[in-house]
Design a binder for this molecule. Structure first.
Ligand SMILES: [Zn+2]
Length: 174
C-alpha cells in the first residue's frame, strides 16, 4: 500500500494540533456518536458530509467537512483522503458518497481499496468505488497542483505538459 505524505502549502502546518485532529473510528458506535454530535449543528438533515482520511493503521478518521485533511491526519501520512457523505436513518448509518478530493494529499483513485477495507471493518455499507475520481498532477515547471479534466495533461496556470504518472511528491526548485 502506498503512503501519501502532505504535499500542500506549508503554512497550513500551523493549524495541526491534538485538539482538532480527526476522530479515529474504531467501532460502529463511534461513528454514530460522532455523526450525532456533528449533526446537531444541522438538526433537520440526516445527510452528513465529512472530511476523512485513512491513517497509516488503516483506520478511518473523521473531521468536520470544513477541516483541512492535514489537520484531520494530525500532520501525518495517509493511505487515502477525501470527502465522505453519510446517511443516517435512525440508528442505521451508511456511506452514500466518497471522493478522493484532497488537494493536501492528492491521493490517487487507486487508493480506494484502503477506504473500502476501513469501511468493511466497521460493517458499513458503501459504494463500490469513489463516487467521483480526482486525478492530480504537479506541474514541474510552476509547481501548481492540477486536477486533470478530460485527459487534458497541461498545466492550467502555465500550460506546460504534465506527467502521465502521479508525481505530487516530486518538487523541483525553479
Ligand atoms: Zn505550471
Amino acid at each position: 500500500m502506498k503512503l501519501y505524505r502532505y504535499v500542500g502549502p506549508n503554512d497550513l502546518r500551523e493549524l495541526v494540533s491534538s485538539e482538532n485532529c480527526g476522530t479515529p473510528i474504531q467501532r460502529r458506535e463511534d461513528i454514530l456518536n460522532w455523526l450525532k454530535s456533528n449533526r446537531s449543528k444541522i438538526p433537520y438533515y440526516d445527510d452528513v458530509m465529512t472530511t476523512f482520511i485513512i491513517n497509516t493503521d488503516g483506520l478511518l478518521c473523521l473531521a468536520d467537512r470544513h477541516s483541512e485533511h492535514l489537520v484531520c491526519a494530525f500532520g501525518g501520512a495517509v493511505l487515502s483522503a477525501g470527502e465522505m457523505r453519510f446517511l443516517m436513518t435512525g440508528d442505521q448509518v451508511e456511506v452514500i458518497e466518497v471522493t478522493n478530493q484532497s488537494t493536501g494529499y492528492c491521493p490517487e483513485p487507486e487508493s480506494w481499496p484502503t477506504v473500502a477495507q476501513a469501511l468493511d471493518q466497521l460493517g458499513l455499507s458503501h459504494p463500490n468505488g469513489f463516487s467521483h475520481e480526482f486525478v492530480f498532477r504537479r506541474c514541474l515547471n510552476c509547481q501548481a497542483i492540477n486536477i486533470i479534466k478530460e485527459k487534458w495533461f497541461f498545466c492550467a496556470i502555465c500550460t506546460s505538459p504534465l506527467s502521465q504518472f502521479w508525481n505530487l511528491d516530486e518538487i523541483t526548485l525553479v
